[in-house]
Design a protein around this ligand. Sequence first.
Ligand code: AMP
Ligand code: FE
Ligand code: FE
Ligand code: ZN
Length: 274
Amino acid sequence: MIDLHCHTTHSDGTQSPAELLQEAQECGLTALAVTDHDTFGGFEEAAGSQPPAGLDLIQGIELTTRRDRYAVHVLGYFLNGPPSIRFQQRLRELLEQRGDRNIRLVRKLQDLGLDITLEEVRALGRHMTGRPHFAQVLVAKGYVRTYDEAFARYLNEDGAAYVVRDAPSVADGIGWIRQGGGLPSLAHPIRLRLSNEEEYIGQLANAGLQAVEVYHSDHGLADRARYQAIADRYGLAASGGSDYHGTIKPNVKLGSQKVDVAVLERLREIASKA
Ligand code: AMP
Ligand code: FE
Ligand code: FE
Ligand code: ZN
């Protein structure tokens, strides 16, 4: 059993890389891809900390890209090794765009009359500040009762405080991963809430996409079957993982998608042919 999608304290997860590795071992995973948002920091720390024997640790990332006013997440695998100067520069730009978004997001919350500062939100993230940290503050201060309510009322695309962030196009994100020698996979396509998802994924395949995340905590069995069929139609591979974020999303458990190692073998085969 493997898990190809999870987060650490280097982005919006609550577990350190070392804690994540220990949990991976405890739940019997044989392969784990660390896919923090817009950084290799979590993977690098994990790789440098003696991964347990028998655990295949895979370099991954989840890039933030944009389609109109929606964030689209593109997973990248097997970039293997330190990123190029060019790629590092792109990650720095993503971080700056996130910082700018955070400033505008906190202002919009303040304009709505909420008592919240960027400092208190920043205090929750070890290395990066994301919307989940905003959600935690909104819960702690009693503005909403739950994390999900924070997104529904304030933070998601329909929320009152949503601000569109600057980010590369989806095609650019795919291209950067390919140029870096990696394999791009479209993360949790269900979240895109597309009416023409088949056509859209076909366009991304033309832009260089090589896989679709078929197995994900937000996907029911019917969703899995649909995304597998779309992947088959365009000659894309399947990827999959839990999208574990630790205690901040307590319902999502590491390894819970029970992805078979054959999925990883297929991805590696495709990446090696590129
Ligand atoms: P950010 O990159 O700061 O815009 O935050 C995006 C992150 O927020 C995602 O990676 C998820 O962890 C979380 N997130 C986004 N939308 C939702 C939602 N509707 N409900 C719960 N968590 C969400
Ligand atoms: Fe996240
Ligand atoms: Fe994501
Ligand atoms: Zn994720």
